[in-house]
Design a protein around this ligand. Structure first.
Ligand code: ADP
Ligand code: MG
Length: 328
């Protein structure tokens, strides 16, 4: 059978069932945003993500500097999704022989600039030659106190569902570039949406706030569409989640983009990917504390009940099916 018949999740399930071995130090292995390892006093967090040219990025839409930043940012986002803080990173990169030396310099400068703002340090990697496309694999390690870590599986009935920032901007920015819509929008809207796609900001500070103040029972970063991420929490926490799509935070810029091009901003927010905001559940008794901290977050729904297979519904009873980015 070919892998595209199985799909990404089933392939990961297959790998998990064949290879995973129990080990008392592995607190979380395959199945969360990052692996969590018990190293004694603290938990160590490890995550890796890969970017392939023409699949995850296109050099006519971004430059080496921002590609470097984003390659690291998407991994830092997975550290944020555990409530952790980053420590070190490794970069394996495969480059065609005709790649300019300047590309390498700018790529690493981008990573370095982002890394330093979050206290992460490059400790190694690998460099190989390739036929045509660039491939980048970044691994980041981090740490979190044992009583601060936040998994996907902690949501309980009664918890409130929150997201950070604005959703859908990144998908709109990608659309502007893919569909050749440059020049059709006000320049400040175009540059805002494109920046949200090309230069996402990992929400490490918010992740730490949630962790330190124990505000969240489950946490995920929104790397693919919101609906896919709601399903991940619903499945791993075995709960039924209900959200009201009308309450999803939409930026003014996305609102104006959507009106002008007659595209639903809610659809972009629900199914578009790469916002790298945080999605989390808050126990009702912690909600007052969440407000007190005045975090840039918004309530979009609630965990309604236990549900062994996980379920995600709209307020009106409509099932929200998972149509996030499909790799295969
Ligand atoms: P995210 O979107 O948060 O980066 P992924 O969907 O990429 O997470 O991965 C889901 C889980 O599956 C993670 O725990 C990840 O480590 C694991 N995983 C993904 N691909 C593989 C693989 N090829 N081998 C082993 N584990 C994998
Ligand atoms: Mg993730």
């Amino acid at each position: 059978m070919e892998i595209n018949k199985l799909g990404e999740e089933k392939i990961i399930d297959l790998i998990n069932s064949k290879v995973s071995t129990p080990n008392s130090s592995i607190v979380a292995g395959i199945g969360d945003d990052a692996a969590v390892i018990d190293t004694g006093n603290r938990y160590e967090i490890i995550t890796t993500d890969m970017l392939i040219e023409k699949v995850h990025f296109n050099l006519s839409f971004t430059d080496a500097y921002h590609l470097g930043r984003k390659s690291l940012a998407i991994n830092l986002s997975d550290i944020a999704a555990m409530g952790g803080e980053p420590l070190y990173y490794l970069v394996a990169i495969s480059l065609p022989g005709h790649t300019k030396v300047q590309f390498v310099e700018e790529f690493y400068q981008g990573m370095q600039d982002l890394a330093l703002t979050h206290g992460a340090h490059l400790i190694g990697g690998d460099t190989v030659g390739a036929e045509d496309k660039i491939a980048i694999s970044v691994t980041v390690t981090g740490q979190v106190k044992k009583d601060e870590v936040i998994f996907r599986h902690g949501a309980s009935p009664g918890d409130l569902v929150y997201v950070s920032g604005f959703l859908g901007d990144s998908a709109a920015g990608l659309k502007v570039m893919l569909k050749g819509l440059r020049g059709r929008l006000a320049p400040e809207i175009e540059s805002y949406l494109i920046k949200r796609h090309v230069d996402p900001e990992p929400r490490l500070h918010l992740g730490r706030q949630l962790a330190v103040n124990r505000l969240a029972s489950a946490l995920n970063d929104i790397s693919d569409g919101l609906v896919k991420k709601l399903w991940e929490i619903a499945l791993s926490s075995q709960v039924l989640i209900q959200i009201d799509p009308e309450t999803i935070p939409i930026s003014d810029q996305l609102g104006r983009f959507s009106r002008q091009l007659n595209i639903s901003p809610i659809d972009l927010a629900l199914h578009g990917g790469e916002d790298y905001e945080l999605l989390f559940t808050v126990p009702p008794e912690q909600e007052a504390l969440l407000y007190k901290h005045q975090l840039p977050v918004k309530k979009i729904g609630q965990v309604i009940a236990k549900a062994e297979q996980g379920e995600v519904y709209q307020q009106d009873g409509h099932l929200l099916s998972d149509e996030g980015f499909k790799h295969f």
